[in-house]
Every structure is written in C-alpha cells, then in structure tokens.
Design a protein. Structure first.
Length: 74
C-alpha cells in the first residue's frame, strides 16, 4: 500500500530497539507508530526547553513599572 508520507530509516542498538519494541507491544501499536510518537514527544520537550529559556531571559529584563495593566492591553 503506497503512502505519501516521508520515511526515515533508523539504526538502533539492541537495547534501545528492544525498549521501543516493548513499548509498542504494551501500547498495542506498530513500531513505526511508536517511534513516530516518541519523536513527537521529544520535539515537544525540546520546544518547551527553548520556550522556557526564552521566557527566563525576558523575565530578567521585566520591570513592573514599565508593564501594561490589563485594561491598557484589552
């Protein structure tokens, strides 16, 4: 069955492969779908880390005296 979705070939060490295989079996899904979900989760975590870093930098320059009140924004 042809697909239009992109594919990636990945080589995993045996312990990593066995862990992913166990997770896929536990969740009743294919290896491919489990790897896809794990990649999505990893990307979301990286995005959270980047946004946290950005927020921490902004927080250091925050001055309450220069902030806008709720009524001024809306």
């Amino acid at each position: 069955m042809p697909t239009t979705k992109q594919r990636i070939n990945v080589i995993l060490e045996d312990p990593l492969y066995e862990t992913v295989e166990h997770l896929a079996q536990r969740d009743g899904m294919s290896l491919s779908m489990k790897v896809r979900d794990l990649v999505k989760e990893a990307l979301e975590i990286r995005e959270d880390i980047a946004l946290t870093s950005f927020a921490e930098k902004r927080e250091k320059t925050f001055r309450k005296s220069k902030s806008l009140k709720h009524d001024e924004v809306w």
